[in-house]
Design a protein around this ligand. Structure first.
Ligand SMILES: Cc1cc2nc3c(=O)[nH]c(=O)nc-3n(C[C@H](O)[C@H](O)[C@H](O)COP(=O)(O)OP(=O)(O)OC[C@H]3O[C@@H](n4cnc5c(N)ncnc54)[C@H](O)[C@@H]3O)c2cc1C
Length: 303
C-alpha cells in the first residue's frame, strides 16, 4: 500500500482500492477508481469530503450510475457511492435521503396514501441523481415538486439547507452541474388521496407499457443526448441521419430508439464516445443543431 492508501485505510476501514466502475453504472463500462466508498451514514460522507480536500484527492458522488459514462481508465480519485435510503413522510411532503431509489420513493408514497410521483414510474436511479440532473418524465420534472434539499459544500463538507430556487433548474440542468456539491436529502411535495389506488395503478401501467414499447432493453444510460426541442427530439434527429443500428466496436445505437446507446457486452467508453461524435457530426451537418450530452461523462482526472 502507498501512503495515501494507508491514510485512507486508517480513517475509513471500509475503503475499497481499485474498484471497477463498470460494476456501478447501468452502461457496464469503466475502468477502476483508485478509491471507492459505499457510504451508509451521512457522517461518513462529510468526513470523506474533508479528507479528500485535505489530501487533494478529486472526488465524485454517485447513486445508481444510470446517467454516467466512466472513462476506460477509470477515475484517479475517490468515488462516493451513496447508499443511504431513509424515507420520512410529513403532512403533504416526503423527505428522502439521497440514496433512496425513485422506485422505492414511489412505492412508499403509494403505500402511505400519497400521490404526486407516479409519473416517474420506470425512472431509474436515486433521489440524489434525480435532484442533480433535474430528472423527469411524462411531464413531471424534479423542478416541479422539489421543496428543499440538504447539501454538503464541496470544499468544507459543511451541511446547508437550500430551497428549489437554489438549483436554478432548467431542462436536465441544475447549478450543481457547474458547481458540484453533494446532495444528502431532498423533500418533495405530495398530495394525500387525490387519486385512488386503482387510478394510480392505471396511470403507472400505461407509462410502463409506453416505456416497454419505446425503449430498448440492454445496458444503456437511457437518453444519451438532451432533446434540442420537443418537436425535434434527439432520437428523431439520429433516426433522420440513418444512424439507428450503427455500431462501433461493441457499442450500438439502438434500432428501437435513436437516442439509446447500447453496450452489447465489452464496449469501451471510447466506442460509445465515437458513436456519439458521429451522431453529433451528422445531426449538425444535416440540421445545423448541436446535440448536447444528457449523460454525465466523467473524465479520468475528475471534473
Ligand atoms: C433505461 C433508462 C431510462 C431512463 N429514463 C430516464 C427518464 O425518463 N428521465 C430522466 O430524466 N432520466 C432517465 N434516465 C437517466 C437516469 O436514470 C436519471 O438521470 C437518474 O436521475 C440518475 O440517477 P442515478 O442515481 O443513477 O445518478 P448517477 O448516474 O449515479 O449520477 C448522475 C449524476 O448525478 C450526480 N450525483 C448522483 N448522486 C449525487 C448526490 N447525492 N449528490 C451530488 N451529485 C450526485 C453524479 O455525480 C452524476 O454527475 C434513464 C436511464 C436509464 C438507464
Amino acid at each position: 500500500m502507498n501512503n495515501l492508501q494507508l491514510e485512507f485505510k486508517a480513517s475509513f476501514p471500509k475503503i475499497i482500492f481499485n474498484e471497477p466502475l463498470k460494476k456501478h453504472c447501468t452502461f457496464g463500462i469503466g475502468g477502476a477508481a483508485d478509491f471507492f466508498y459505499p457510504a451508509t451514514k451521512n457522517k461518513e460522507i462529510k468526513d470523506l469530503i474533508r479528507f479528500a480536500n485535505k489530501y487533494k484527492v478529486p472526488f465524485i458522488t454517485i447513486g445508481k450510475g444510470s446517467n454516467i459514462l466512466f472513462h476506460d481508465h477509470g477515475f484517479r480519485g475517490l468515488v462516493i457511492n451513496i447508499k443511504i435510503e431513509k424515507i420520512t413522510f410529513h403532512k403533504d411532503s416526503v423527505e428522502a435521503e439521497a440514496g433512496a431509489s425513485i422506485a422505492k420513493l414511489i412505492f412508499e408514497s403509494i403505500k402511505h396514501g400519497f400521490n404526486g410521483l407516479e409519473k416517474w414510474v420506470g425512472l431509474p436511479g436515486t433521489v440524489g441523481g434525480a435532484v442533480f440532473g433535474n430528472a423527469g418524465c411524462n411531464g413531471l420534472e424534479v423542478k416541479d415538486c422539489l421543496i428543499k434539499s440538504t447539501l454538503l459544500e464541496a470544499f468544507t463538507g459543511k451541511e446547508k439547507k437550500v430551497d428549489n430556487k437554489y438549483f436554478r433548474y432548467k431542462y436536465r440542468h441544475s447549478i450543481l452541474k457547474e458547481e458540484p456539491e453533494t446532495i444528502l436529502s431532498a423533500t418533495f411535495r405530495l398530495q394525500k388521496n387525490k387519486l385512488n389506488p386503482e387510478e394510480q395503478r392505471k396511470i403507472m401501467e400505461e407509462i410502463q407499457k409506453f416505456r416497454l414499447d419505446q425503449q430498448p432493453k440492454g445496458s444503456s444510460s437511457g437518453s444519451f443526448f438532451k432533446n434540442p426541442s420537443k418537436d425535434q427530439p434527439a432520437g428523431y434527429l439520429i433516426d433522420q441521419v440513418h444512424l439507428k443500428g450503427q455500431q462501433i466496436g461493441q457499442a450500438k445505437i439502438s434500432e428501437k430508439h435513436g437516442n439509446f446507446f447500447l453496450n452489447l457486452g465489452g464496449a469501451t467508453a471510447q466506442d460509445i464516445l465515437s458513436l456519439a461524435q458521429l451522431a453529433k457530426e451528422k445531426v449538425k451537418e444535416r440540421f445545423g443543431l448541436v446535440l448536447e450530452e444528457e449523460v454525465r461523462i466523467i473524465p479520468e482526472q475528475g471534473l
